[in-house]
Design a binder for this molecule. Structure first.
Ligand code: SAH
Ligand code: SF4
Length: 464
């Protein structure tokens, strides 16, 4: 849809007095979903609605995730509760969007009875039009697209900073062509599609001019950026281009081990603005399971990439995702995953029990793993990683780092928290005036998930 049509709809909505006045977006899932939630909020704000908390909102949007069963169940439960609440609050409107809505496709209206608007992942920009239609027609509006209508849909999706104005997500590419056998993402996010580099740069320049200090480049498989694009752009060249604008910190996620090039490792090492952190999902340590997962990397190749990263990038932090209980996973396969955790020395790992997703190849595989076996495996895996994280944290005590302060640790507590370049959270004494500032910190102790520190001196700066 062209900008002018959107503008006309927004203008029309602004003038109405029967529209909801307040809204809340409830987001589930990954960073891309969070970024979509920001787009939704921006569109509704442009329509004259005011963002508020979930309890007080007249228009509630459930921006859902379908990557695992438990994410779906949580969202469904909350949607049902909202539909129930609506019976006693007739002014309330409900929208369901994101990956669950996309996946439900033609059956969306049946899947979410009681919702006023249902739309998918490819047509977020149309939300003002759907809101207008739902108000005019007084009946539910459902629209799910199979694919984005064209590149312009991504081009329109220019973002903004977080609520404090110092961090921003920028979409480098959308979709995924990898077809990992367990994963629903390629079916709900579409084919892989990189944004032109000059467009990304323009968006970053605007953010930078607005005071943003940290940009995270997003993509399901961000390090394959440029594949299929004319001109030979690579993800490493994109990182360099963004850093060259003067962005103090650049992060990126998520990276696939099979696409982790030497050029990217060298760029991480050579460009100071690029953070020394990489999220590199391994999924399993067993070559047999990795092949069944269609991951196209092996245990040895993964460790070789990790070794190269550690050799080139000073103090690099590596985090990962791991799945247990994939169909056919034997005790031996699982031991290979435990071994990988020891060998790769992850800073942190997100661990998941395999969840069959209808329509994916793995959902039809034999030898499902009983739930009690998966539960026991994940408990052992979590314990192994916790021990690793504790030893990484212990090694950091006494060292100096620069923290970009994100928020008050707890309102009025006299503490703030933020992240070091390597990605860990640090809590330190300070007030809200420090939010968005770079603070040199000495790490003094370690808790379960966070580090604690004190400002090493009174240098609180606007750049690292
Ligand atoms: N594009 C990213 C994120 C994919 S979804 C990536 O490739 O890493 C985030 C994580 O959810 C995946 O890394 C995987 O560990 C997990 N996941 C995806 N599908 C799953 C499933 N069916 N069951 C359990 N975990 C799953
Ligand atoms: Fe899913 Fe694999 Fe694509 Fe990640 S790389 S989104 S796990 S298919």
């Amino acid at each position: 849809m062209s900008d002018s049509v959107i503008e006309a709809v927004i203008d029309n909505l602004r003038k109405r007095d029967d529209k909801p006045r307040t809204f809340a977006v409830v987001t589930y899932g990954c960073q891309m979903s969070a970024r979509d939630g920001e787009t939704i909020a921006r569109l509704l704000t442009a329509c004259g609605l005011v963002k508020t908390d979930r309890a007080g909102a007249e228009f509630i949007l459930f921006n859902t995730c379908c990557v695992r069963d438990n994410a779906e169940r949580r969202a469904l439960g909350n949607i049902l509760r909202a539909v129930h609440e609506k019976r006693s609050r007739p002014e309330m409107m409900i929208a369901v969007c994101g990956c669950m809505a996309q996946e439900s496709g033609g059956g969306a209206a049946r899947t979410f009875p009681g919702a006023d608007i249902v739309f998918g992942t490819h047509n977020i920009q149309r939300l003002p039009e759907y809101l207008l239609r739902a108000l005019d027609e007084r009946q539910p509006v459902t629209d799910i697209w199979e694919q984005a209508a064209g590149v312009e849909d991504i081009a329109e999706d220019v973002g903004g900073a977080n609520e404090h104005g110092h961090k921003a997500f920028v979409i480098a590419m959308r979709g995924c062509d990898n077809m990992c056998s367990y994963c629903i993402v390629p079916y709900v996010r579409g084919r892989e599609h990189s944004r032109p580099m000059d467009e990304i740069q323009r968006e970053c320049e605007t953010l930078l001019a607005g005071g943003v200090k940290e940009i995270t480049l997003l993509g399901q498989n961000v390090n394959s950026y440029g594949a299929g694009m004319k001109g030979g752009a690579t993800f490493a060249s994109l990182l360099r281009a963004v850093a060259s604008l003067g962005v103090p910190r650049v992060r990126f996620m998520t990276s696939h081990p099979k696409d982790l090039s030497d050029e990217l490792i060298d760029t991480m090492a050579a460009v100071p603005a690029v953070c020394n952190h990489i999220h590199l999902p391994a999924q399993s340590g067993s070559d047999r399971i990795l092949a069944l997962m269609n991951r196209r990397h092996t245990h040895a190749r993964y460790l070789e990439r990790v070794a190269k990263l550690r050799e080139a990038v000073q103090d690099v932090g590596i985090t990962t995702d791991l799945i247990v209980g994939f169909p056919g996973e034997t005790d031996e396969d699982f031991e290979d995953t435990l071994a990988l955790v020891e060998e790769a020395r992850f800073d942190a790992a997100y661990t998941f029990v395999y969840s069959p997703r209808t329509g994916t190849p793995a959902a039809t595989l034999p030898d499902r793993i009983p739930e009690d076996v998966s539960r026991e495996r994940i408990a052992r895996l979590i314990a192994a990683q916790e021990a690793r994280t504790a030893s990484v944290f212990a090694g950091l005590i006494g060292s100096e780092h620069v923290v970009l302060v994100d928020e008050a640790a707890r309102r009025g507590s006299g503490y703030v928290s933020g992240k070091v370049e390597r990605g860990m959270s640090v809590t330190l004494p300070g007030g809200e005036d420090m939010i968005g500032r770079f603070v040199p910190v000495k790490i003094t102790s370690a808790g379960h998930n966070t580090l604690r520190g004190t400002p090493s001196d009174d240098r609180v700066t606007a750049s690292p």
